[in-house]
Write a protein that binds this ligand. Structure first.
Ligand SMILES: Nc1ncnc2c1ncn2[C@@H]1O[C@H](COP(=O)(O)OP(=O)(O)O)[C@@H](O)[C@H]1O
Ligand SMILES: [Mg+2]
Length: 498
């Protein structure tokens, strides 16, 4: 099946995620879609697979125009997408999850389902136990399940969005084998979305490179890596550097903490974070890392254990007391929690640095807003309302709103959805705060970010925190296994060091 995307456009407010993108995918090939974070890859693939409606442009299948109003419709036309964040249902068994994909009409009975699952699994060398709980599978195994489900539904074009994040090296080799088999022997098309050059280089026949919502270029095997780098970034970026910092006394001391929620209980967490230290929190979404971090800011009810900030016991204290102690929380949903839609930049800054209890000097406030817009490179004006800003600029505003001299800074996904340059910039700002003695705790789903930016990493799985890892001595495979709850495999993947 041949797929053509013609001049696809998709805007989110002022953000031109896809700004007239064209690409053609030939049957029987593995087509790479390469670009740094924020380039527009996921958006384009969601347009192709029925998760998003494009604002403009056309999709052609074997030369015929189509338009999908839902993913179900796209899969009926043979187009299936495997998402970056697994969209399955962890409380189910593998078989039920597999069967869930079928239309009511087509649902095979359980015996038939088991047979189909085993047959497909056998063909692609995926060994999945139909009775296993999906929640107990590794990221790699969930992905295998999802691929089988798409194949069972007859997908002719299989889109994989950053599929190697969080899977082990053997699982990755296995995945690549499967994708080659699908393309070469079965004549299906694979669209492989990645920001990792070497993956595209080893796997793909052709590649389309996106940059800032546009096609930066195309290439065919054998690839020139230099050309690809140039297309991706426009110029080569220096690797991020980390200034060395001497750690100070403990800022956050957590002892045997229990944080209940209706879905999950975080239990028995012990953690000490020192001044100037950066600790990354890893785990599949809903593993307890967010609940724990919110508790560290007084945003969740704690039923056992202690939270001490700078020697002050704040267990059970409200958010306000944590703020007074120098704790700040930067949420992931920028507009939902951090910023106030409808208010301008000036108004936001005026709210945080009020001159007196009643009066705001608007002229001075505008001046200060302008100063911060310049200092933080915010693309906007003091009069701009926050919802009109792009994600990267909203993140800059949030950073600009944070007071200095904080003791503890808690961040959810500080660079999610940002391009590499903005992400580097955000981290520069954050790391600079370490010199003021601020301790930083952040949640990320990006394993490279965790390994690159954190001093130590703690993995959460099913509400439990595992032994902290020293980032320098941790491999991406090891982290992937731990996130999937596979501790024995993780030990084997540990980097050998003294
Ligand atoms: N639902 C959305 N709402 C607002 N902006 C979005 C949304 N989805 C993506 N974006 C923005 O569109 C741009 C492209 O994002 P995305 O397609 O996810 O890039 P990639 O997958 O290449 O990292 C980014 O600036 C991102 O912040
Ligand atoms: Mg993406």
């Amino acid at each position: 099946m041949k797929v053509e995307l013609v001049e696809i456009r998709k805007y989110f407010g002022p953000v031109r995620a896809n700004d007239g993108i064209s690409m053609t995918v030939e049957p029987g090939t593995i087509h790479g879609l390469l670009g740094e974070n924020g380039a527009g890859k996921t958006t384009l693939m969601k347009c192709l697979s029925g998760y998003l409606r494009p604002d403009g442009g056309q999709i052609l299948i074997d030369g015929r125009p189509v338009s999908f109003t839902s993913p179900a419709e796209a899969i009926r036309h043979g187009i299936g997408m495997l998402h970056q964040d697994p969209l399955d249902f962890p409380q189910m068994r593998v078989l039920d999850n597999f069967l869930l994909a079928f239309d009511d009409r087509l649902v095979p009975n359980r015996r038939e389902g088991v047979r189909l699952l085993r047959e497909l699994g056998h063909r692609f060398h995926f060994d999945l136990d139909p009775d296993a709980e999906v929640g107990q599978l590794t990221v790699g195994e969930r992905q295998q399940l999802e691929i089988l489900r798409l194949l069972a539904l007859g997908a002719q074009v299989i889109i994989l969005d950053e599929p190697t994040t969080g899977i082990s090296a053997p699982q990755k080799a296995q995945l690549f084998e499967t994708l080659r088999l699908l393309a070469e022997e079965e004549g299906r098309s694979v669209i492989f979305v990645s920001h990792k050059l070497e993956e595209v280089e080893t796997l793909c026949d052709r590649v389309t490179v996106l940059r800032r919502g546009k096609v930066a270029g195309e290439a065919e095997r054998p690839f020139s890596v230099d050309r690809l780098v140039e297309m991706m970034f426009g110029r080569s970026l220096p690797p991020p550097t980390r200034p060395p910092v001497t750690l100070g006394p403990p800022v956050l001391e957590v002892e045997n903490l229990t944080v209940p929620s209706y879905r999950l209980v975080v239990e028995g967490v012990d953690l000490e974070v020192r001044a100037g230290e950066v600790v990354g929190l890893a785990g599949l979404e809903g593993s307890g890392q967010r609940l724990f971090m919110r508790a560290c800011a007084g945003l969740e009810r704690v039923t056992a254990g202690r939270i001490v900030v700078d020697g002050q016991d704040l267990t059970g204290a409200p958010y306000r007391r944590f703020l007074e102690a120098g704790v700040a929380y930067l949420p992931a949903g920028r507009l939902e929690e951090g910023l106030i839609p409808g208010l301008t930049l000036t108004e936001h800054f005026a709210l945080v640095d009020r001159d007196g209890p009643f009066f705001i000097d608007w002229k001075a406030a505008r001046e200060r807003a302008l100063e911060r817009v310049r200092h933080y490179h915010i693309v906007g004006r003091p009069e701009t309302t926050v919802e009109a800003l792009s994600g990267g600029n909203q993140q800059r505003v949030l950073l600009a709103l944070l007071p200095h001299g904080l003791r503890l800074l808690l961040l959810e996904h500080p660079t999610r959805g940002l391009d590499v340059e903005s992400a580097n910039w955000v981290w520069q700002q954050l790391l600079a705060r370490r010199e003021e003695g601020t301790a930083i705790l952040f949640i990320s789903a990006d394993l490279d970010e965790l390994l690159e930016r954190a001093d130590r990493i703690v993995v959460f799985f099913a509400g439990r925190m595992m032994e902290p890892l020293v980032a320098e001595r941790t491999t991406v495979e090891q982290l992937g296994y731990l996130i999937g709850g596979k501790t024995t495999e993780a030990q084997r993947a540990q980097r050998f060091s003294l």
